[in-house]
Design a protein around this ligand. Structure first.
Ligand code: SF4
Ligand code: SF4
Length: 379
C-alpha cells in the first residue's frame, strides 16, 4: 500500500437529524445563527419531503430529531412532522423562541408525543429582551414557560450570553429558577452569521466573562438540588479550538429549509464544497457518499500546524467555518488556536472588546430586508 494514501475514515450512522424547517422568524436577534443571506432561500421543503427525510434518517440509524429554524412554529405542519418522528422512534426536541405558542398548539404537540422543548430567552429584563429581538415578546415568553410546566414537560431554557446581557447573569439564573427551569444553558455567543456582523458590540471583555463565570458557579452551588446549569465558555477567550459538531459528518446531519443537507448549519458558506439536496438525493447518499460530507472527515485533509499536532484527534483542527471566516482558508487551523498563524485576528477581536469606540457602532438586526441589502452582490 502506498504510505502516502490516507485511509478513508470509517463512518458510523448520524445520531442527530436536525430539521431546520424554516428560516422565517418573527424575531430579529442580533446574534442570529441563520445565514446572513437567508432571505434568498428558495421554496421550503413540503410536508411530504420532510416525512421522507424523517423516514430516511431513521433508516440510517439517527435516534434524535430536533426541529428548529428560524421559528419552527411558523410551519403549520409541525405537529404532523413531530407525530411522524415520534412514531418512527426518534427522541424529539423542539427548539423555539415560544413566539406563536398557544395552549391548543401545545396540546397538539403533547398528543403527537413531543419529548422535549427548549425555550430561548434573551435576557432577564423586558427592556433588553425586547430590544435585542426588536419585538415585544418578554411577557409572552414568561407565559409560555408556565404553559410548558403545566403539561409536564421539563423546563429547558437557553440564553445566548454576550456583552449586552452578561452582567445580568445572576438575575437570568434567578428568573430561570422562578420559572421552574430544570436545565439552563448559558451559551456565550458564537461569532458566525449575524453575530459576526455585530461582533464588536457583542464580545464581552475578559473581566466581564470572569465575573459571569464566578456568579454562575455561586448559583450552581446554590441550586444544585434543582437546576443543572451549563455555562458554555466562548472559544475566542479560551483559546481552545472546539471539536466542531463533534467531528465533521460524525454525529449531526442538518437539513436546511430548502433541502440542502449540511454537516453543520453554517457549512454552506465554505467555498469549493458542494452539498447535496434531499430533493435529489437520499440521506444515505448524503451521509456516506457526498463530497460535502466526506471532505473534512478524519485528519487527512489537514495542513500544518494541525497535521503534526498531538491534539489533532481531539479537536480536528477546530471549526472549518471559523477558519474560513478569520483566515480566509477553510483548510487552515482554527484561528482561536494559539498555534494558528492567524491567531492575531482573534487577539485583535478581544482587544476591540476593551475599546469603547468599537461598541458605539449601530447593531445590525436580523431581518429579510437587511439580509437582501447585505448580500445583494452575491449570487
Ligand atoms: S436566533 Fe432569534 S432571529 Fe434567529 S432564528 Fe432564533 S429566534 Fe429567530
Ligand atoms: S494546531 Fe490544529 S490540531 Fe493542534 S490544537 Fe491547534 S487547531 Fe487543534
Amino acid at each position: 500500500m502506498n504510505a502516502l494514501v490516507t485511509p478513508t475514515p470509517t463512518v458510523g450512522p448520524p445520531m442527530w437529524l436536525l430539521a431546520e424547517v424554516t428560516y422565517r422568524c418573527p424575531l430579529h436577534c442580533v446574534f442570529c445563527y441563520n445565514p446572513v443571506d437567508f432571505a434568498k432561500t428558495e421554496q421550503e421543503l413540503s410536508t411530504d419531503d420532510w416525512l421522507r427525510v424523517l423516514r430516511e434518517g431513521r433508516e440510517l440509524g439517527a435516534v434524535q430529531c430536533g426541529f428548529s429554524g428560524g421559528e419552527p412554529l411558523l410551519r403549520d405542519d409541525l405537529e404532523i412532522l413531530i407525530g411522524e418522528a415520534r412514531k418512527l422512534g426518534y427522541y424529539t426536541n423542539l427548539i423555539t423562541s415560544g413566539v406563536g405558542l398557544t395552549e391548543a398548539r401545545l396540546d397538539a404537540f403533547k398528543a403527537a408525543g413531543l419529548d422535549h422543548i427548549q425555550l430561548s430567552f434573551q435576557d432577564s429584563s423586558k427592556e433588553i429582551n425586547d430590544f435585542l429581538t426588536h419585538t415585544r415578546t418578554f411577557d409572552l415568553k414568561q407565559k409560555v414557560g408556565d404553559m410548558l410546566k403545566a403539561r409536564g414537560w421539563p423546563m429547558v431554557m437557553n440564553v445566548v450570553i454576550h456583552r449586552l446581557n452578561i452582567e445580568h447573569i445572576g438575575r437570568i439564573i434567578e428568573m430561570a429558577d422562578e420559572l421552574g427551569a430544570e436545565y439552563l444553558e448559558l451559551a456565550n455567543a458564537q461569532y458566525y452569521s449575524w453575530a459576526l456582523l455585530n461582533r464588536d458590540q457583542l464580545m464581552p471583555t475578559r473581566e466581564q466573562l470572569k465575573r459571569a463565570e464566578e456568579v454562575t458557579n455561586e448559583w450552581k452551588a446554590k441550586l444544585a438540588d434543582r437546576m443543572r446549569i451549563l455555562f458554555v465558555v466562548p472559544d475566542y477567550h479560551e483559546g481552545k479550538p472546539k471539536k466542531c459538531m463533534n467531528g465533521w459528518g460524525n454525529v449531526f446531519l442538518t437539513v436546511t429549509p430548502d433541502g440542502t443537507a449540511l454537516p453543520c448549519h453554517t457549512a454552506r458558506m465554505l467555498p469549493g464544497l458542494s452539498f447535496p439536496n434531499v430533493r435529489e438525493h437520499s440521506l444515505r447518499h448524503v451521509w456516506f457518499e457526498s463530497e460535502g460530507f466526506n471532505h473534512y472527515r478524519g485528519t487527512g485533509w489537514m495542513k500544518e500546524p494541525c497535521q503534526s499536532c498531538d491534539d489533532k484527534k481531539k479537536d480536528y483542527g477546530g471549526c472549518r467555518c471559523q477558519a474560513y471566516l478569520l483566515a480566509g482558508d477553510p483548510d487552515a487551523a482554527d484561528p482561536v488556536c494559539p498555534k494558528s498563524p492567524h491567531h492575531s485576528e482573534v487577539v485583535a477581536a478581544l482587544e476591540n472588546a476593551e475599546n469603547p469606540a468599537r461598541q458605539a457602532q449601530p447593531l445590525i438586526f436580523r431581518d429579510p430586508k437587511e439580509s437582501r441589502r447585505l448580500t445583494a452582490d452575491t449570487p
